[in-house]
Design a protein around this ligand. Structure first.
Ligand SMILES: Cc1ncc(COP(=O)(O)O)c(C=O)c1O
Length: 378
C-alpha cells in the first residue's frame, strides 16, 4: 500500500465491537481481568498499553517502515526515554551543532548530570563526524535533518555508514520532514524520533512524541522503559494525533509548495540577507535533500539584513503569520529563534544568529502569505 493509504488505514481497522470507522478513544486507566492475569488482549493498565495509543503506534511504525513505534506525551519525553534506554552513564554521544534547542538542553542540562557526555559536530560534513567518532567512540550519533532552525541537510546514508564503522547507533529526528517526505530507517538510520506535535499532528492542538525502531533489537527495552518511566501519550492525545496523520501527505504537499514560493520571494527581497530553504538550488544541502526527500518541506528561515532589531520587529508585524513557538500546523507561524525556541543555546556551539527569523509556512493561500511577509518587511 502507498503512503496515503497507510496513513488512513494502518492500525486503524474498524472497531471490532461496533464497526466504528475510526479507533475509539479508550479513555480508561484500567481493564477488567477475567481471573488474576486473565487480561483481554493483554491490556492491564493504560500506562503499559492502551488501544487508542496502540493504533497510533501501529500507524507510525508503518509510515516509517519500522518494526515498532512508541508514542509519548511529548517529543522531549520520547527523546529522554530513548536516550536513557540506549545509553548508560559514562557513555558518549555526538550531537549536531545545529539542532532544536530543547534537544540540546536535554543533553547539556539533564543527561550530563546523569553521566552522559556529548560533543557537538557540524554534521553536514560526514568526515568531521567520522573524525570525532574515531577520536572518542560514541554510543550513538544523534542527527536532525533538516535542522531546526537553520535547515541544514544531513546526508543520512553517509552518517549511517560512519555510525556503522564506529559501532554506534544512528538516531534521526525526522520532525521537520515527516515520514511523508523522508524515511530515515530506509536510508540506514537505526531509530527515528518525532515531535508529533508538529507535522504529524498538524493542527496545533496536541503535544506528543514518538520513537520508531528499525528492528526488534531495542523493542523490549524501550517498552520496559516507556512503562517504567511513564511519559506516555494519553488516549485523547493519541486520537488527535491519529486524526492529524491521516492527512499528512496532502498537507505536506501544500506546505512544501507554499514554502517554496515564500523562499523564492525572500531570496530577492532587499530587507533579507540570507534565506535557508533546502529547495533553493543554491542551498548547500540541495542535492542531498533531492536524493533523500520527496519534497523540501514547509520550514523557511531567513536573516534580516538590518540585524536583530529588524528581525524582532518583523516577527511582531505580520498579521497572518502568528508570532509563536512550534511549527507544522495548518496555520503559518513566525518566531525569533534566538529569543524564543533556541534561547537555551545561547553561548553554546549551537547558538543561532540573532538576526534569524523562522517561518512555519502553513496552508493558507500563498498570495496572502507573500503579501503579509512583504508588508512586514517593508
Ligand atoms: C526538531 C524537534 N525535535 C523535538 C522537539 C521536541 O518536541 P516537543 O515540543 O513535542 O516536546 C521539537 C520541538 O519543537 C523539535 O522542533
Amino acid at each position: 500500500m502507498k503512503f496515503e493509504t497507510q496513513a488512513i488505514h494502518a492500525g486503524q481497522d474498524p472497531d471490532p465491537l461496533t464497526g466504528a470507522v475510526v479507533p475509539p478513544i479508550y479513555q480508561v486507566s484500567t481493564y477488567k481481568q477475567d481471573g488474576v492475569g486473565g487480561t483481554r488482549g493483554g491490556y492491564e493498565y493504560s500506562r503499559t498499553s492502551n488501544p487508542t495509543r496502540k493504533a497510533l503506534e501501529e500507524c507510525l511504525a508503518t509510515l516509517e517502515n519500522g518494526a515498532q513505534a512508541f508514542a509519548f506525551a511529548s517529543g522531549m519525553a520520547a527523546e529522554d526515554c530513548l536516550l536513557r534506554t540506549l545509553c548508560r552513564p559514562g557513555d558518549h554521544v555526538l550531537i549536531p551543532a545545529d539542532a532544536y534547542g530543547g534537544t540540546f538542553r536535554l543533553f547539556d542540562k539533564v543527561l550530563t548530570r546523569w553521566g552522559l557526555s556529548y560533543e557537538a559536530v557540524r554534521q553536514h560534513d560526514p568526515e568531521a563526524v567520522a573524525r570525532a567518532a574515531a577520536h572518542r567512540k560514541p554510543t550513538l550519533i544523534w542527527a536532525e535533518t533538516p535542522t531546526n532552525p537553520l535547515l541544514s541537510v544531513i546526508d543520512i546514508r553517509a552518517l549511517a555508514e560512519v555510525a556503522r564503522d564506529n559501532g554506534a547507533l544512528l538516531v534521526t529526528d525526522n520532525t521537520f520532514a515527516s515520514p511523508y517526505l523522508q524515511q530515515p530507517l530506509d536510508l540506514g538510520a537505526d531509530v527515528v524520533v518525532h515531535s508529533t506535535t508538529k507535522y504529524i499532528g498538524g493542527h496545533s492542538d496536541v503535544v506528543g512524541g514518538a520513537v520508531i525502531v528499525k528492528d526488534a533489537t531495542h523493542v523490549a527495552d524501550l517498552a520496559f522503559n516507556q512503562n517504567a518511566t511513564g511519559g506516555v501519550a494519553g488516549p485523547f492525545d493519541a486520537w488527535l494525533t491519529l486524526r492529524g496523520v491521516k492527512t499528512l501527505a496532502v498537507r505536506m504537499d501544500r506546505h512544501s509548495a507554499n514554502a517554496a514560493l515564500v523562499a523564492e520571494m525572500l531570496t530577492s527581497h532587499p530587507a533579507v540577507s540570507e534565506v535557508f530553504y533546502p529547495g533553493l538550488p543554491g542551498h548547500p544541502g540541495h542535492e542531498i535533500a533531492k536524493a533523500q526527500m520527496r519534497d523540501f518541506g514547509g520550514m523557511v528561515s531567513f536573516r534580516a539584513a538590518a540585524g536583530e532589531d529588524q528581525a524582532v520587529e518583523v516577527c511582531g508585524r505580520t498579521r497572518l503569520f502568528t508570532l509563536g513557538e512550534s511549527l507544522g500546523g495548518v496555520e503559518s507561524l513566525i518566531e525569533h529563534p534566538a529569543r524564543m525556541t533556541h534561547a537555551s543555546t545561547s553561548g553554546s556551539p549551537l547558538e543561532v544568529p540573532a538576526d534569524l527569523v523562522r517561518l512555519s509556512v502553513g496552508l493558507e493561500d500563498a498570495g496572502d502569505l507573500l503579501e503579509d511577509l512583504r508588508e512586514a518587511l517593508a
